[in-house]
Design a protein around this ligand. Structure first.
Ligand code: HEC
Length: 295
């Protein structure tokens, strides 16, 4: 009766396994962190302490009971229960193995070559580790097969969605640039070109030389709303053209955000200021403006 695993070890271990299973099978895997939730830890610790007290009381009662046994019986029981549980566990794991290797080794005689093979018993820790791998693989196999736990595609899906959400939150919380604080930035030109290709190239050509929309690389402008060239470009993209609704209000309508308009404007400003202009461009439209105020 005494050599059993003490309840204050047995029950919390079972409890942990059960809680773990519950989380694995009923809660999606990204809530596993609840396992180390303070409430769970508190609950398991209290249970362990209570069980430990119970075990101690049990021990005391057992000692009292021992006195009624005969000397022989008592000696036998003491030998079996030498030390505390951990000592017995240690003995169970290593001691038997040692004894086997010392004197009770099975020998297999091959006969034909005169070599004798020693057939050592496998140590307990090794055997149990082996069983553990079987249990582990079974759990892993079925959880992979039947539920989303440990499914890399699902994990990727969720991570991807979370990331998109984070980006959305970030963009909501980080204020967008407005015409007041927008300015030409050289490091925005490249990302601006990508956005220009997506949104504007159909009407203005990728190099800005013009198509349905006017040539953006020359000095002729139909729309002049701002004194500064960069701000003028920003303004047209934000408000669209008053004269011609074909050039729509990308910013006002919410189609393109302020930060992106700053990037596109930087690209347009850049191709307009470049000394090397596209060879073939749309004929000038509007009035020639070369004197823009400095930003
Ligand atoms: C559907 C065709 C179309 C698209 C798409 C378009 N534009 Fe335009 N854009 C025009 C037209 C047409 C004009 C001339 C408006 C006018 O006559 O006032 C114009 C004018 C402009 C002007 C002012 C040119 C001037 O001389 O006043 C700028 C700058 C400009 N567009 C930039 C852009 C940018 C940047 C984009 C992409 C975000 C874009 N456009 C997308 C057709 C378009």
């Amino acid at each position: 009766m005494r050599s059993k695993i003490p309840s204050f070890i047995m029950i919390p271990s079972f409890l942990s396994v059960i809680i773990f299973m519950l989380y694995v099978f009923f809660v999606s895997y990204n809530h596993i962190s609840y396992l180390v939730h303070p409430v769970t830890i508190f609950f398991v610790s209290i249970t362990t302490i209570l069980l430990y007290i119970l075990e101690s009381i049990n021990n005391l009662i057992f000692r009292k009971k021992l006195q009624s046994f005969s000397k022989e019986e008592r000696k036998k029981i003491f030998e079996e229960n030498e030390g505390n549980y951990f000592y017995r566990l240690y003995k169970f794991i290593f001691y038997d193995y040692k004894r086997m290797t010392h004197n009770e080794v099975k020998k297999i005689d091959h006969g034909f070559d005169g070599i004798i093979e020693l057939d050592n018993k496998l140590p307990m820790w090794w055997i149990h580790l082996f069983y553990l791998t079987i249990v582990f693989s079974a759990i892993y196999f079925f959880s992979y097969l039947l539920i989303d736990y440990s499914n890399p595609y699902k994990e990727y899906d969720i991570a991807y969605k979370n990331q998109l959400k984070e980006i959305e939150i970030f963009e909501k919380n980080s204020p967008q640039v407005t015409i007041e604080n927008a300015s030409f930035k050289e490091n925005l030109i490249n990302s601006g070109k990508i956005l220009f290709d997506e949104n504007c190239a159909t009407c203005h050509q990728s190099d800005g030389s013009g198509n349905i929309g006017p040539n953006l690389t020359d000095d002729y402008w139909i729309n002049k709303k701002e004194k500064d060239l960069f701000k003028n470009i920003y303004s047209v993209i934000w408000n669209g053209s008053v004269n011609n609704p074909t050039m729509r209000a990308f910013g006002k309508s919410g189609e393109i955000k302020g930060n992106d308009i700053e990037k596109i404007s930087s690209y347009v400003y850049f191709i307009n200021k470049k000394s090397k202009k596209p060879l073939a461009g749309k004929a000038p439209q509007g009035i020639k403006i070369t004197k823009w105020s400095k930003m």
